[in-house]
Design a protein around this ligand. Structure first.
Ligand code: MF3
Ligand code: CO
Ligand code: CO
Length: 271
């Protein structure tokens, strides 16, 4: 990456960032990932999602960062917490977690103007067998998508890798939400679909920064949004899981900005 790429946007409207920008993303991604590491001690039956969000708000503050979600399109919380059949954008509230509940916690922070966006799965108490399989497949699907990230591949290659793996495991990929360009702004082009055909979509170039954040359902892929205008649930009430990383394309592959400092991204299933 060199300085004459600074500020360039591809014909698909995708911004190309430089090496110093990647350093900014690493700093922001690390703060978000550290918060997701630190919140794991606070997930247990009887805990409320409002209390989890309160702790996250404190952690964002203690890190000297800013929440990207508080005030975003009217959203009022530092995290989205999506329990069981909630696909994404679950609003923290007074409801208590029960033994065996699975949840995605999604945090986006701003550090020096850079947006770090990541989410992962947690369990309250003992992880049910079906949920374990769902979480494993969703995590592996994200990794298979990330493996496709290198210059010359297309966004369709990423989606195809995710979709084929998920469907081979007889689960479904949510179509109604996608990953996104990220960097100096929260949501930028392109839409990063988690399904697709090889070779379709924009071609990846060194310097692109985006999220991959597949949502996988045990049942059918359809979702609906509740009256609160945020909470997205599976129409068939089946369990849903999601993992999200923010990544940047390098000359040979990619860098992951939101790696877990404590190596806690992959859930460990001791019971
Ligand atoms: N962090 C989510 C994403 O991955 C967006 C949440 S927007 C909110 O893109 F307003 F719901 F918080
Ligand atoms: Co995102
Ligand atoms: Co997110």
């Amino acid at each position: 990456m060199n300085n004459d790429s600074r500020g360039r946007t591809t014909k698909d409207g995708i911004r190309i960032y430089d090496r110093a920008d990647f350093a900014g993303m690493h700093a922001a991604g690390k703060v978000a990932a550290q918060i997701l590491d630190d919140i794991s001690a606070h997930i247990f039956p009887g805990q409320t999602t409002a209390e989890i969000d309160r702790l996250i708000t404190e952690m964002v503050d203690a890190a000297g960062a800013t929440s990207a979600t508080i005030g975003y399109k009217g959203y009022q919380h530092a995290s989205c917490i999506s329990v069981n059949h909630v696909v994404c954008h679950g609003i923290p509230g007074a409801k208590m977690l029960k033994d065996g509940d699975i949840l995605n916690i999604d945090v986006t922070v701003i550090v020096d103007g850079w947006f770090g966006d990541t989410s992962r799965m947690y369990v309250a108490g003992k992880l049910p067998r079906k949920a374990e399989r769902l979480i494993e497949v969703t995590h592996e699907a994200l990794l298979r998508g990330i493996e496709m990230v290198k210059p010359g591949n297309t966004f369709g290659d990423i989606g195809h890798a995710i979709q084929t793996f998920v469907e081979a495991n007889r689960m479904s990929v949510v179509r109604d939400f996608c990953g996104h360009g990220v960097g100096r702004v929260f949501h930028a082009p392109p839409n990063v679909l988690h399904y697709g055909r090889p070779g379709s979509g924009a071609t990846l170039e060194e310097g692109m920064i985006f999220t991959i954040e597949p949502m996988v359902n045990l049942g059918r892929p359809e979702t609906k949004t509740l009256a609160d205008e945020w909470t997205a649930v599976t129409r068939d009430k089946s369990l849903s899981a999601q993992f999200e990383h923010s990544v940047g394309v390098t000359d040979t592959g990619c860098e992951i900005f939101t790696l877990s400092p404590g190596n806690k991204f992959h859930p460990t299933y001791e019971s």
